[in-house]
Design a protein. Structure first.
Length: 122
């Protein structure tokens, strides 16, 4: 029987560094999550609500600088998506109802960016 009590799952790399931390409720992702690079730096942080990415999200480059920040609602990017290079220089990609409206070579066929590939769907 699944517990109604939130559970925290921590996975680690072979070197002992934390790889990710996810909060589960009734066996599904719900609550805070954090992902880390093998060097220990934070890779991404955000929240799940009702088993979907929901709320403010931030991702970082492996060197620790901010990579992107955005807000999601039910797994869809809302409003602005801000992206930064490894030196912290900003660029902005605008979204409207989750659809990308900028020609960008990093955009994938499903209108998402490769940076999201590491966000696992639970």
């Amino acid at each position: 029987m699944l517990s109604n009590k939130p559970e925290v799952n921590i996975t680690k790399y072979d070197n002992g560094q934390i790889k990710d931390i996810y909060t589960y409720e009734n066996g599904k992702t719900n609550g805070v999550f954090m992902q880390f690079y093998e060097n220990g730096n934070l890779r991404c942080e955000g929240t799940y609500k009702n088993y979907k990415r929901h709320g403010f999200m931030r991702c970082f480059h492996e060197n620790g600088t901010l990579c992107c920040q955005f807000t999601m609602y039910n797994d869809t990017i809302q409003d602005d998506y801000e992206e930064y290079d490894e030196n912290g220089n900003p660029s902005r990609v605008m979204y409207n109802e989750g659809i990308c409206h900028k020609d960008d070579s990093r955009k994938q066929e499903d209108n998402t960016f490769a940076i999201f590939a590491h966000l696992k769907q639970n």
